[in-house]
Structure formats: C-alpha cells, structure tokens
Design a protein around this ligand. Structure first.
Ligand code: HEM
Length: 461
C-alpha cells in the first residue's frame, strides 16, 4: 500500500501550497489522520510505530536509559553511510567526542573564507548568465547541489580540495546508481550479485577510499611534523584524534584508526551536502512564492553588509534570514523522518514494546501538525520564530529538523552559517521569481527534493 500510494501521489504535481505532507508521505499521513498520534504500520516484516506526541518524542530522542538505538534496517542508507550516524554506545560516544571540536563555533569562524569562496564562485557564474539580458531562467537545484558539494570539499579537505572534488563526484555517481537500483536493494543478497552496477559501486568505493587514505596519510605526517592546516574539518579531526591518543594512550581502543577517519570523512559528504542544498533550494522557492519576505530579507542583508563581503558577526546577527530559514526547515524538513528501534523491552506511553520494534518520528507531519503549530500550520509565517526556536515550538520537542538530544546533528551550525552566507550573497546580487515552467512537486529521495527541478528566473539587481 505504501509504495502504491507513494507512486500515485508522485504522479501528480500539486498547486503552490505548503501542505506537502499528503504528497510526500501519503501513507503515514493517512494512517495518522485515521488513527491519531500513535499508530502501527508494517515495514516488510518489521512493525513500525509512528509517534507524534512531543513528550514521547522527547523520551525517545533523549534516550536517558539507553532503550533506543538507530535501526540497521535501511540498506539504502547503509550503502553510503557508516561512521558516527550509525554507531552506538561507547563507540558512538568516542567518535562524537573526537569529532565535536571540529564543529565548534570558533572553528567554523575560521572556515568562513572557504564558505565565501564557494558561494562567490556560484554568484560569479550566475552574474555571467544574466549579464546579457539582465535576467535568465535557471534550474537552481543542480546549482545548489554543486555549491554545497564545493563547500564541503573545501571545508573538509582545505589544501586537498581537488581530491575532495573528485570524491564528491564519485559519491554523486554512487547516489545515482543507488537511486537506479532503488527497491532491488531490499532483495537479500542483491549487493553480492556481480551486476554492472554492483561492480561499479565497488570500483567507486575503492577509488574513494584510496583517495581518502592518501589525504589522511599525508595529513597525519604533516601533523606529526607540526605543519598541518588546522582550519579544515579533516585537520581538526586528526588533531583532536591525536590529542585523545596522547591523553589516554595507554587505555584500550583509544582514538580512531585510519579506516574510521575515512568513514567519517565520507559521512561529512553524505550528511552535509544534500541536506544543506535542500534547505537552500526550498528557501529560494518559498521566497519566490513570498516576495514580501524576499524583500525583507534583502533589506536586512543590505543594511548589514551593503554589497560587501559578509563577516561572521554580521552573519550571526541576521534575524529575518534566520527566521526564514527556520520556517523553511519546519515546512520543508530535508530529512522527513527520524527513526529508532527499541533495544530492550520498553514502556512508551501506555504501551509495552518488545526489542527491535522500529519507531518512526515523522518530522514532516510533526512540523505540519495543527495541534502542535496552530490552525495556520501549513502557512509560511517566519514571524513564528521571532522569539527563538523554543518559543515557536511552545517549549515542546516539536521542531526537529536537526533531530534533538544527544544525537542531534553535529553539523547544524555549519549548515546554518553556510545557508546564511549563500543566501546573503544571492540576495545582494539578484531578485528571483518562479518560472512558469516550475512544477511544485516535493518528493523524498532519501531527502526532500524538487521532483522536476527548481526553475527560477533570476534578475540582476
Ligand atoms: C545527523 C539533519 C547538515 C553531519 C543528522 C540528523 C538529522 C540531520 C535529522 C539525524 C538526527 C537523528 O537521527 O537523531 C541535517 C540537516 C542539515 C544537516 C537538516 C542541513 C540543513 C549537516 C552537515 C553536516 C552534518 C553540514 C556535516 C558537515 C551530521 C552527522 C550526523 C548528523 C555527522 C550524525 C550525528 C550523530 O549521530 O551523532 N543531521 N543535517 N549534518 N548530521 Fe546533519
């Protein structure tokens, strides 16, 4: 039923409304409408409980008693991602402790020039496109994917940027193959078959690992000689790893080995690229639908920076832009659901669950719930966030685009700074509107994407 309903929903574009949940997650949407805040559906042979209640969501995500873990059941995701996002227990805690310092706000401040360079290159390209007639039509979806790929190549690998770009291209090719094989991936043993696609996947994996291994080895040597860059994610991660080994060297299983560092680098691409380009593409689409907010955001940007390069403090003080980004994350969350599974027998609300029951927290439905966000939940109203995130969410765990609790997204500040920098530069240089050829058709291919692209008309300012 789930697949049939999804295909049916995706075959029809929708009007220009933000009420996108019935199209994006039709099955869960209908189940929740029918059965309320806690319901059971089946994912193959695994029972899946859909949880909408903010108190229960808080219990699950805070995981105070270690009763929940990330499910291992999605082979589609597992193809790309290992590392922090899928670790549990002590291993997760150790990796999180080592990686955390690389995302500290002071470290992100030092990455600002890299964010700027990537955004400026995209703006320069767009300026050339509009130069002739003062405006042009552009599918901004691939443009923004390329931008966020460029940002992560630069910020993750700094001086090894060229190899970083190659890794980005290879991981994109892998993503395309995975989309092509789609549901076959769920057939047991499928990945072991010697098909052309499976062989290419293995080849790519070898090349990516080889490239990363060379970068990591080069950096490790440089760090030992005291000459490595400490301004990119890899440098910071290796530095923090060495510190951990120096301080606890005689204990067992301390620090990460080279293979683990490589997995974490691959994860930065996967976790950081598609999600942030999602946020940016929906922000531009939504600001095209709401020109009054586009104007307010531009006024704020021009007041803060004029046409100059945005600086870190200025970026952090952009209030209207932040409110807009939060409201876009509410209506169009890049990750439409969070998942967990019970690790042991657990009482959730009034219900006892055995181990290995899958829990789905349907972020998109939680964010669109009238009960939680009011009768105007489907409307774009950035003013909700005027008093900050907690106030907008009524001090409940009902705004979870980055998750919540100990496993909250490690890159959320990184993503917000990147999105503000990109948006500030775009607003400084262009106004934009939807092209008549744009069809509003959000759909999930791992993240929430525009099914037919995002055709926008850019006007030079
Ligand atoms: C985890 C969203 C950007 C790295 C997550 C989770 C979500 C999320 C929903 C999972 C939380 C859970 O299961 O409880 C987003 C969104 C982004 C974004 C919406 C952009 C708008 C980034 C960036 C990076 C990143 C830029 C790194 C460069 C990670 C990592 C985890 C994670 C490593 C795993 C954390 C853990 O399990 O401890 N993110 N993310 N994310 N994200 Fe992000």
């Amino acid at each position: 039923d789930e697949v049939r309903m999804r295909n049916e929903a995706l075959s029809k574009p929708m009007n220009l409304s933000h009420d996108i949940a019935p199209r994006v997650v039709p099955f869960v949407h209908q189940t929740i409408e029918k059965y309320g805040n806690m319901s059971v559906t089946w994912f193959g042979r695994t029972p899946r409980i859909n949880v909408m209640d903010p108190d229960l969501i808080k219990d699950i995500l805070s995981n105070k008693f270690g009763q929940f873990e990330k499910p291992k059941s999605n082979p589609l995701i597992r193809l790309f991602v290992d590392g922090l996002v899928s670790h549990e227990g002590e291993k997760w805690a150790k990796h999180r402790r080592i990686i955390n310092p690389a995302f500290h706000i002071e470290k992100l401040k030092r990455m600002l020039p890299a964010f700027y360079t990537s955004c400026f290159e995209m703006i320069t390209k767009w300026e050339k496109l509009v130069a002739l007639e003062g405006s042009c039509e552009l599918d901004i979806w691939p443009e923004l994917q390329n931008l966020t790929g460029d940002v992560i190549s630069r910020t993750a690998f700094g001086s090894s940027y060229d190899e970083g770009r190659r890794i980005f291209q290879l991981q994109n090719e892998q993503a395309k193959i995975v989309m092509d094989v789609a549901l076959s991936i769920y057939i047991p043993g499928y990945r072991l078959l010697p098909t052309k696609r499976n062989n290419r996947m293995k080849e790519i994996d070898r090349e990516v690992r080889g490239l990363l291994r060379r970068i990591v080895n080069k950096r490790e040597k440089a760090i030992k000689l005291g000459e490595a860059s400490k301004d990119d994610l890899l440098g910071l991660l290796l530095e923090s790893n060495f510190k951990e080994i120096r301080e606890h060297g005689n204990e067992k299983n301390i620090g990460m080995n080279v293979d683990e560092v490589i997995e974490e680098c691959k994860l930065f691409y996967f976790a950081g690229q598609e999600t942030t380009s999602n946020l940016l593409v929906w922000t531009m689409v939504v600001l095209s639908m709401h020109p009054e907010w586009q104007m307010r955001a531009r006024e704020e940007v021009l007041q803060s920076f004029g046409k100059d390069k945005p600086d870190f403090d200025g970026i952090n003080h952009l209030k209207v832009v932040s409110m807009i980004l939060y409201e876009v994350l509410r209506l169009y969350p890049p990750a439409v659901a969070l998942t967990r599974q019970t690790y042991k027998k657990v009482k959730l609300g009034d219900v006892y669950l055995p181990p290995r029951v899958e829990l789905s927290l349907p972020t998109i439905l939680i964010h669109h719930s009238r009960e939680l966000w009011g009768e105007d939940a489907q409307e774009f109203k950035p003013e909700r966030f005027l008093g900050g995130v907690s106030k907008a969410a009524n001090n409940q765990v009902s705004f979870i685009p980055f998750g919540w609790g100990p496993r909250i997204c490690i890159g959320q500040n990184f993503a917000m700074i990147e999105a503000k920098m990109a948006l500030a530069l775009i607003l400084q240089h262009f106004s934009f509107e939807l092209s008549p050829s744009y069809a509003h058709a959000p759909c999930t291919i791992i993240t929430l994407q525009p099914q037919y692209g995002a055709q926008i008309i850019l006007h030079k300012l």
